[in-house]
Design a protein around this ligand. Structure first.
Ligand SMILES: [Zn+2]
Length: 332
């Protein structure tokens, strides 16, 4: 075999691409089901300059976003523990732990600018490929520097450390080649950061995921239901499972990513008897990345009936339902 390649080179022919130059294939790095208990909140930015475009030529990213954001519903889910897995075989090159899981404020973001990734693990793979796992939960890291990891090995948990407002994993794929600056790769199609989207795809570009992952449209997360007015600080808080005193009002907060002007959030409350008790529409006036919309339902004269209530939010675009999510809560 060696001889053949040598002969080829001697005649000025290109050596066949060795299998070693192929990028590694990656497993999805979070132990969750997309669309059910985790969501792709942001893809990589593929638009050069200041524009923002994801690999699918839509705007589900932010300018200069160099990885994939995999979000959880709230800090309750995060506290229960959602495992982060090594995406491929490799060795732990570096890590940081010990940063608290807190929703970042503008002031804190300035203070921790150099630790924006929060608690982090960097895993080295073959041929200069690396994966990086950011915003990990404080004290959840299960490996140390130099450890060899196998594909799918649990290495930590999704958290809220560093510069982030909501619990998520920022998953980054990089390749550092000798003499060249490291490049960020998009696992959804194998393209490079800010290199253009689908239209400019090269024939050799392939997804880096082992199992194909379908592009998801606007993201709808289960709503937050509260018996008090929901503030910005409460947005990603754990959902209470019951209200032990009869609420005077039920506040429902829709949470999601990437809505367009004229999208409608439809809020509904279904009572313990299974009947629709309330419904209310909120129209979005502008394109939004992180979306908040809310509705309040005042208690009926006799109070909210005791038993399980369902709060449903549905996103409607034109006449089409883009999906809905439900949160269950008990009124005692
Ligand atoms: Zn991110």
């Amino acid at each position: 075999m060696k001889l053949l390649i040598f002969a080829g080179l001697a005649f000025g022919l290109a050596a066949p691409a060795s299998p070693q130059s192929e990028p590694p294939k990656f497993m999805f790095p979070v132990d969750c089901t997309l669309g059910e208990n985790c969501w792709i909140a942001r893809y990589m930015d593929r638009a050069p300059g200041q524009a923002k475009t994801d690999y699918n030529c839509k705007a589900q990213t932010e300018d200069k976003h160099n990885g994939t954001d995999i979000a959880l519903a709230d800090t309750g889910v995060m506290a229960a523990g959602v495992a982060v897995r090594a995406a491929a075989a490799g060795r732990v090159l570096a890590l940081r732990d010990g940063m608290p899981d807190v929703t970042v404020t503008a002031e804190r973001a300035k203070l921790i600018q150099k630790q924006g990734c929060g608690n982090v693990l960097i895993v080295g793979h073959t041929n200069g490929w690396q994966t990086r796992y950011c915003h990990l939960k404080n004290d959840s890291l299960l490996v140390k520097r130099g450890d060899v990891v196998s594909p799918g090995q649990i290495i930590g948990q999704v958290g809220l450390s560093g510069i982030t407002e909501y619990p998520h994993l920022h998953f980054m794929v990089q390749r550092a080649e000798k003499g060249k600056p490291a490049q960020h790769y998009d696992p959804f199609d194998g393209g490079v950061f800010e290199s253009g989207c689908k239209a400019e795809k090269t024939p050799e570009q392939k997804p880096l995921w082992i199992e194909p992952i379908k592009y998801a449209g606007p993201i709808i997360i289960p709503p937050l239901v509260s018996d008090v007015q929901i503030t910005r600080q409460m947005l990603w808080q754990a959902q209470p499972s019951k209200f032990s005193t009869k609420p005077l009002t039920l506040f429902i907060q829709a949470r999601g990513f990437h809505t367009l002007p004229n999208d409608i959030w439809r809020f509904s409350l279904v009572g313990p008897d299974g009947e629709l008790q309330f419904t209310h529409d909120v129209k979005q006036t502008r394109q939004r990345q992180l979306v908040e919309a809310n509705a309040n339902f005042k208690s009926p004269r006799r109070g909210f009936a005791s038993g399980p209530w369902q709060a449903v939010v549905e996103l409607i675009r034109g006449d089409i339902s883009m999906g809905k999510q439900t949160t269950n809560v008990i009124v005692e």
